[in-house]
Design a protein around this ligand. Sequence first.
Ligand SMILES: Cc1cc2nc3c(=O)[nH]c(=O)nc-3n(C[C@H](O)[C@H](O)[C@H](O)COP(=O)(O)OP(=O)(O)OC[C@H]3O[C@@H](n4cnc5c(N)ncnc54)[C@H](O)[C@@H]3O)c2cc1C
Ligand SMILES: C[S@@+](CC[C@H](N)C(=O)[O-])C[C@H]1O[C@@H](n2cnc3c(N)ncnc32)[C@H](O)[C@@H]1O
Length: 527
Amino acid sequence: MKYADIQWGDGQPYSPGYGDIYYSSAGGREESEYVFLQQNELTSRWCRLGAGEHFVIAETGFGTGLNFVLTMQAWAEKIDTGQVGPEACLHYFGIEKHPVSPADIARVAGNWPELSASFDELLAVYPLPVEGEHCRALLGGRVQLHLIFADIIDALEPRALQVDAWYLDGFGPDKNADLWSDQVFQLIEKNSGQGTTLSTYTAAGFVRRGLQAAGFTVIKVKGHGKKREMITAVLDHKKITQSPTPWYELEQSRYQNRQAVIIGAGLAGLTTAWSLVQRGWQVTLIEKHRNVAEEASGNPAGLLMPRLSIDNKTDARFYASALLYASHCLDDLQKQSDEKFWFHDGVYSIFKAGKAEKLIEKQGYAEAFMEILHQHELKNSIADPNATLSFFPAAGWASPRGLCENLLRVCGGSLQLIQQNVVDIQQQQHQWQALDENRQDIASAEVMIIANGVGANQFEPVSWLPLSSVRGQITAIPANESSSALNKALSFDAYVTPEYKGVHYAGATYRVGDDSPQLTQAEQDET
Ligand SMILES: Cc1cc2nc3c(=O)[nH]c(=O)nc-3n(C[C@H](O)[C@H](O)[C@H](O)COP(=O)(O)OP(=O)(O)OC[C@H]3O[C@@H](n4cnc5c(N)ncnc54)[C@H](O)[C@@H]3O)c2cc1C
Ligand SMILES: C[S@@+](CC[C@H](N)C(=O)[O-])C[C@H]1O[C@@H](n2cnc3c(N)ncnc32)[C@H](O)[C@@H]1O
């Protein structure tokens, strides 16, 4: 995936590929506000939102983010003036096949200094051009941006969203036919609910007819400025059907009191706790050791790298966007801490002959995500002359223990840590209870999260979980003059981190089905 090719003329972005402009050159901001925000009657609809409810907007053609930024500003105003319910959340799905580069977005932002703070907020979370869905929280979590970098059909076909308002903002229908096809209109209907509205700047006859055929009631209204007409539409009737992909649904929270018990204070338990705390939950975290990160997450170093797949597109997309999300979160957490635990320096990776090239060809990775280093001094140290050296800028290495300690800190007073061994769990009257060896209740809540690693299936209600252990160990190696030249982590079948405080970490061994926690000399020698 590549950034969009954009030409600039009179301070306006133009797409030579589509032969069209991104937004109206005569009052782009005013036209966007008129066509999308006003015609979907957003502000009055938002005022009806109750506590914790959400409102979903989807846009076909996210482009420069202008519509998004205007929407976020309007939403922020409603929050500031107390006109939307507490904790109400705006979900914004921006679908884009050719992501606009951050540099071009920054140039657009320059046209509207009054929007620059919001554009900066967007740019601070804006992902690399990697296919897939990228979720980012803005405005302290009151806006959830779901950037879907994909063709419109790929983006909408698997989903069954309940969008409240659509912005149809492709390039002109005569120039961008694939965004205005009957199939797209049917997918828009599939991702809508009763009462969903949409608006678009065009009044083209085939767009009107396509939307009507998909089930929308279409109304022509006055266009912006000198434009005669535009379209709004509403879905009056919606057949309720079971979603074939319920995991894409944005359920309103069923839990009124937002309290959870989590068992296990490793990476899984603490990242989940942090995620809940950011959403206003109170968490009780139960850990059998005195400190957090005493088991698998107790390593001093671990690599953050995407799992790569040549043939499996779904897998590759998921792990690529997961890497970007994780490194974005770690950047954010690192900024809040004086203790260094995250080293976002990129990772070198060595591949057997031909594999790196195939990955790039099959998955279409942008150079900003995966780059082949044809000329690099490290290449001289690789034993296999046919191997390829590549570089993943978004990757890095972290101290899992440092990360866990930091997560505990940022959860603050919203998290209570209890040192206890949970022996079993049970549910009574909609409350899950964590029990000690006397079957006494340690803590209970409507929601319980089991994050105690392979210990999970010792609890009777989940004893059916098919879990098995994988043991491994890493080795600390004192740095020397030549090893200190390695300035970023290097991965091959194993990995080695750059020198930090005089030490490299190398690993990891991997023994499936082995649960012994002792360090062994044999595995040390293997590393
Ligand atoms: C040697 C090695 C190298 C690795 N390298 C990497 C790497 O480079 N990159 C990477 O991404 N991953 C790596 N991993 C994997 C990664 O470390 C683990 O996937 C991760 O730490 C698992 O976290 P967790 O929270 O699920 O488990 P844990 O960290 O094991 O946390 C579970 C917690 O639950 C607690 N607990 C268990 N039972 C109970 C109970 N009954 N009551 C209360 N508390 C309980 C435990 O004490 C523990 O603190 C590596 C793992 C190892 C072992
Ligand atoms: C008019 S621009 C959108 C302007 C944008 N709403 C803004 O605020 O800047 C149209 C956008 O649709 C995108 N697009 C075109 N065809 C697409 C497709 N098939 N799937 C997804 N996006 C597409 C283009 O890359 C372009 O960014």
